[in-house]
Each structure stands twice: as structure tokens, then as C-alpha cells.
Ligand binder design. Structure first.
Ligand SMILES: Cc1cc2nc3c(=O)[nH]c(=O)nc-3n(C[C@H](O)[C@H](O)[C@H](O)COP(=O)(O)OP(=O)(O)OC[C@H]3O[C@@H](n4cnc5c(N)ncnc54)[C@H](O)[C@@H]3O)c2cc1C
Length: 460
């Protein structure tokens, strides 16, 4: 049950948390429970009345959406990484599990990593049970996220369509669609005419290089506004007393036996009882400071946006023979992306040959794209796992919890990842939804190999 916020003259109160996890966790953290942060006085409240009030005063008196606190000397839980996953984890830890003393440490600015750099596709069209149930939970959380956060994350269920170009590919789509339906997830197998009615601008000509045979549609999939997700989660977490500390890089750790006693940061040493990593492409780098070697490789992934055009594409479409996917943003730009740059790097930028490859795949799929100009390209650093599935759970260090291995697809996992990671940190044990997504699956040989490419992160 999501607790409701009730305002009063003296402050915000978190309504009772009725989950078993919440009860366990409240006992664990009860001795440190702090008073909730002061009432919304300094925080922005969003409602139709506040919008009208601020409109009448020229929008000059809005309050900050979240505080900018100095780090305290100690927190019950420290989350490293102020992307969507870190913020969602902090939000659910505070709101569902009643943890009062939480800091999110971010080396740059909130949402400046992959959360602010992705193509925003949200879906749960997975075949293997471990991924299907987890991503479906995440999709269900997306469906109520704007209301939960009182912040419009612009979640738009416009449908995600994978194009099929051969009989073999259509067979594999039928198999995946059936697996999805058996897991209670929406899936529709479309023939060529149905695809044509839905997206007529694709290349259906007689001499198309890659003829379209049909497609697999997940109608509940779609897109969300990436910045809004980070901001909405930050504002909601802040309302629950979470300290969001930006420009605070974690540079090392103080150990006490097999536990982390404190983190060393660019803003001083901060003690903690438990710590969660949600640093995506920097996970290997940070884990190495603890002597851990993880089955993660960091790769660059780029995306592009075209100049704005009139509404043209009202769904998400992925190409079946090349790595290309496209949707149209609310500002009119066509947002598209493709494959990895195929070399390891921590630089958040890529190279031109890959852009050329992506554009040529796009023009094969939608010939009229050739008349558009690309406005911007950018890159992010991806945490590619060795089986294409995420790692969410315990680590070899007693009080360290890992959230990584998101590969191309962690944005859609944002609420689900935070939800199960918060449970794992609060209770010290994984939730059933992430129990199979553990780190030790690699040593036990129980991989969740959804891409079927084996231990080759660059072949996903
Ligand atoms: C071009 C591109 C397109 C993508 N498209 C999609 C898509 O369409 N759909 C989808 O589901 N996913 C997509 N993804 C993947 C998705 O963006 C990521 O998997 C997801 O955003 C990861 O979120 P995060 O919170 O784990 O990481 P991030 O948002 O990267 O946050 C991690 C944060 O940790 C911080 N950090 C790192 N090291 C430290 C340190 N030592 N101390 C403190 N802070 C630190 C970083 O500054 C960063 O802000 C795409 C990614 C890219 C790059």
C-alpha cells in the first residue's frame, strides 16, 4: 500500500505502512527514526489552484522542488547515484518502508546520467519469466506513477511495435507473444496489412530491401518524459525527508570487517548502515574500489533527435533487421537510436560511424526520413551485463546492495527497479521479483539469457 501524505500545521506525516516488509524494516530502523522534514512550507505543491495562483503572479514565486541539504555525518541508507533508479529506490524506501534517514549521493546533477540521455521507451515484452514478471511490475508502476508522485511524468501508452521481416522472425514473435500472454502481459501479433494501417509511412514497396511481414505489438508500452521522471521522483523523495546531495562523488570506502562503515566523498566522509549502488555504467569502476570484479562491461550507446516535424509517428516502432527504433517526442522531433558503439568507454559521447549506421537503418525502414535533418546526437555509458539481464540484489560485502546491468533497457525499469531494490535494502533479502536476478547467478550458472547471445555484452 502506498502511504498517503497528509499535511498538517506541524509537518508531513507518513501514513502507516501496511506491508510485511514495511513492518520488518520499521523495526530495523525504528531506533533511528527522525522527525519528518518540516512541512511543505519551502517545497512546491502542485495543484490546479497553485497553478492558477502562480500564473496570476507571473510564475515568479514558485518554491524549490527539492531541498539542497548539506550532507549529514551519518545515514541509515546511502544510495550512490542520483539517476532514476537511485531516486526511485530512495522514494520507495522512504514511502513504503518507512526508512527516515536516507541520502542519495550524486557526483554530477540529478538525472544527468543515462536517465536524462535515453530514448524513453517503456515496455514489458519479455519472454523469460524472470524478466517478464519484473518488467511487468515496472510497467504497472508506470501506469500510476504521475498520480503517485503528483508530477506529470508524461507516460504515454502509445504502443511498442517490433517489425518482422521473415517467416522465421514472425515465428519467434508468435512464441514471444504467447509467452507474454501466458504471463498476463498484453501482446498482439499483427499481419502486414494491420501494420500498414497502423504505420503507413514504412517501406511497403515491392522492391523494399527488407519487406515487412508483420509485427509484434505491445499496446500498453510507450514512452515517458525522462527528465520529469527524475524530477518527480526527487521531489517526492524529498517530501519524505530524503537528502539529495548533488556534486558529491563517492571516491572510496572505509571498511569494518566485511562491512562498509562510511563512504569517502568529494564533500567529506559520510557514515552509513547500508549502501546501495545505482550508478549504471560506473558500477564496475566503483566496485573495483572494493576489490569486486563484476560481470559488467561499460559501453557507449548513442541516440539522436531530428528537427521537429508535424505529428507523423504515434507509436514506438523498432526495425527487425537492423538496430533502429523511433518515436516522436511531444515537441515533434523524431527520437531514434541504435546499437552500441562497440568499444568500452566511460566517455558520454560516441562516434560518427555508428550514427551513419543508425541513420541508414532508419532510412531503410522509413524512406522519408532521408529528408530530415538531425538536430542533436548524444551518448550515455551503459552497464552491459553478460546475459543481458539486470543484477539487483545482495553483494559479497555484507551491507552493500547492487543495482546494475541494465544494458539498453533500464529506463523502463525505473519504478520497478526502485521498488524491488528498496525492498531488498530494507529487508536484507530480495523480493521474489528480483530473487533470480542476483549476482550469484553467474557463479551458479543460472543465467537469465534473454538475448540468447551468451557472455557477449556487445551482441545484445
Ligand atoms: C542513448 C540511450 C538510449 C537509451 N534508451 C532506452 C530506452 O529507450 N528505454 C529504456 O528502458 N532504457 C534506455 N536506455 C537505458 C537507460 O537510460 C538506463 O538503463 C537507465 O537510465 C539507467 O538508470 P540509472 O538510474 O541506473 O543510471 P543513471 O541515470 O546513469 O544514473 C547513475 C548516476 O550515478 C552517478 N554516479 C556515477 N558514479 C558515481 C559516484 N562515484 N558517486 C556519485 N554518483 C555517481 C552518475 O553521475 C549518474 O547520474 C538508454 C540509454 C542510452 C544511453
Amino acid at each position: 500500500m502506498v502511504p498517503s501524505l497528509t499535511g498538517s500545521g506541524s509537518g508531513l506525516h507518513v501514513a502507516p505502512v501496511n506491508t510485511a516488509a514495511g513492518m520488518v524494516c520499521r523495526r530495523v530502523f525504528a531506533r533511528r527514526a527522525r522527525a519528518p522534514i518540516p512541512a511543505g512550507g519551502c517545497m512546491a505543491e502542485y495543484s490546479v489552484f497553485s497553478l492558477v495562483r502562480h500564473a496570476l503572479s507571473g510564475h515568479r514565486s514558485w518554491n524549490r522542488a527539492w531541498r539542497d541539504p548539506e550532507p549529514r555525518r551519518h545515514y541509515d541508507v546511502i544510495i550512490v547515484g542520483g539517476g532514476g533508479h537511485g531516486m526511485a529506490t530512495a522514494y520507495y524506501l522512504a514511502s513504503l518502508h518507512g526508512v527516515r534517514s536516507i541520502a542519495v549521493l550524486e557526483k554530477g546533477w540529478l538525472g544527468g546520467g543515462n536517465t536524462g540521455r535515453n530514448t524513453t521507451i517503456v515496455r514489458s515484452n519479455y519472454m523469460l519469466d524472470e524478466n517478464a514478471h519484473f518488467y511487468e511490475k515496472s510497467l504497472q508502476l508506470w501506469e500510476g506513477l504521475s498520480r503517485d508522485l503528483n508530477f506529470n511524468v508524461m507516460f504515454s501508452q502509445r504502443g511498442v511495435l517490433n517489425l518482422g521481416h521473415s517467416d522465421g522472425q514472425m515465428d519467434s514473435f508468435a512464441r514471444r507473444g504467447n509467452a507474454m500472454r501466458l504471463n498476463g502481459i498484453d501482446a498482439e501479433l499483427l499481419d502486414r496489412d494491420q501494420v500498414r494501417r497502423m504505420v503507413p509511412y514504412l517501406d511497403f514497396s515491392q522492391n523494399a530491401r527488407f519487406p515487412i511481414r508483420g509485427g509484434l505489438l505491445q499496446p500498453r508500452g510507450g514512452t515517458a518524459r525522462h527528465d520529469a521522471v527524475a524530477w518527480g521522483l526527487a521531489r517526492a523523495a524529498d517530501r519524505h525527508g530524503v537528502d539529495i546531495i548533488q556534486n558529491c562523488e563517492v571516491t572510496g570506502f572505509e571498511m569494518s570487517g566485511n562491512r562498509i562503515r562510511a563512504v569517502e566523498t568529494s564533500r567529506g566522509t559520510i557514515g552509513c548502515d547500508r549502501i546501495g549502488f545505482a550508478v549504471a555504467g560506473h558500477t564496475g569502476h566503483l566496485a573495483a574500489k572494493l576489490g569486486l570484479r563484476l560481470p559488467i562491461e561499460t559501453h557507449v550507446l548513442q541516440a539522436c533527435v531530428s528537427e521537429p516535424v508535424k505529428p507523423m509517428i504515434d507509436s514506438v516502432v523498432t526495425f527487425g533487421v537492423g538496430h533502429f527504433y523511433v518515436s516522436q517526442s511531444d515537441k515533434g522531433g523524431l527520437v531514434f537510436g541504435g546499437d552500441l558503439d562497440m568499444y568500452n568507454s566511460y566517455a558520454q559521447r560516441g562516434n560518427m560511424p555508428l550514427i551513419e549506421h543508425v541513420i541508414s537503418a532508419g532510412v531503410s525502414m522509413i524512406p522519408s526520413l532521408s529528408r530530415l535533418r538531425v538536430l542533436r546526437t548524444w551518448g550515455g555509458v551503459m552497464d552491459m551485463s553478460m546475459d543481458g539481464s539486470p543484477i539487483i540484489g545482495l553483494s559479497p560485502i555484507d551491507n552493500l546492495y547492487l543495482n546494475c546491468g541494465w544494458c539498453y533497457g533500464g529506463f523502463k525499469a525505473t519504478p520497478g527497479s526502485g521498488w524491488v531494490f528498496a525492498h531488498t535494502i530494507a529487508t536484507g533479502a530480495p523480493h521474489p521479483l528480483n530473487s533470480r536476478l542476483s549476482l550469484d547467478r553467474f557463479s551458479r550458472g543460472r543465467m537469465v539469457d534473454e538475448p540468447g547471445a551468451g557472455p557477449f555484452p556487445n551482441r545484445h
